[in-house]
Design a protein around this ligand. Sequence first.
Ligand code: NAD
Length: 285
Amino acid sequence: MNDRFVVVGAGTMGLGIAYVAAGAGFAVDLVEVDPGRAEAATERLDGLWARAVERGRTTADQASSARDRLTLRAGLDQVGAGPQVIVEAVPERPDLKRSVLRAAEELAPALLGTNTSSIPIGELAGGLARPDRFLGLHFFNPVWTMALLEIVVGPATAPETTDAAVALAGRLGKDPVVVRDLPGFATSRLGVTLGLEAIRMVADGVASPADIDKAMVLGYRHPVGPLELTDLVGLDVRLDIARTLQAAYGDRFAPPPLLLEMVAQGRLGKKSGQGFYRWEGGVKQ
Ligand code: NAD
């Protein structure tokens, strides 16, 4: 296995994947087309390393080497060919993902992964020359904390690609599940169901967001309630996933009007400072 790892998209997920890969010893190229997002990602990454050192999870030397292994790039054309892995983490839009994946494939990675939460791998593999090397590598937010890696095997994925993905999970310190290629896979289908119903319950006035969340945390032992989780994931991201699942499974995944309204108002959750909760400096108020 060579040691080059490319991540496309430096948003919530891409920067987390890049952080974990650099920490695992990979030389990471993190590609971000939006200069503002690239700058924000650099700041966030510096903050993550500083906090890891403060909390004794890594030494200052290890953090500084990991940081030196990670380079922000403005486009895939600035990345050398032949990396071990490319993970696409751009927004949940099939056309955008397909075009990014086609461009990524030109770099001939041994393993090409998508971090999609809900789009079938077979659908994204359509325009690829080597769909046998392609699969879903679905990381969870925040990537540095969450142990799960959901590996989604597409219709053309070769068994050795799945094996390589399982080995990669081990190197990144993740615990994998291997799942079949159906929209929403094993996790998003169930997680989004809960999130959408919680939003409908807010609209119905069943209880406050804080009490709906508290009910699931204390009553069902969920580590975090469905509305806070929606704030963490991003309301826009959940809306995109709901639309994909609605197209696949029908109106039980129809986005609730309150979700559409909040996204239209820019209330996207933690990343915008306001969602079902108010967030300041990344902390729920
Ligand atoms: P995001 O909007 O925070 O980040 C996406 C980034 O990709 C943005 O910075 C955007 O500028 C960048 N981008 C867009 N086009 C690009 C291009 N052509 N080249 C390079 N960068 C480009 O989104 P996110 O929350 O990080 O989600 C990314 C993917 O991960 C989505 O498919 C989402 O469904 C999935 N996902 C999200 C979560 C979550 O909790 N947010 C969890 C698991 C999976």
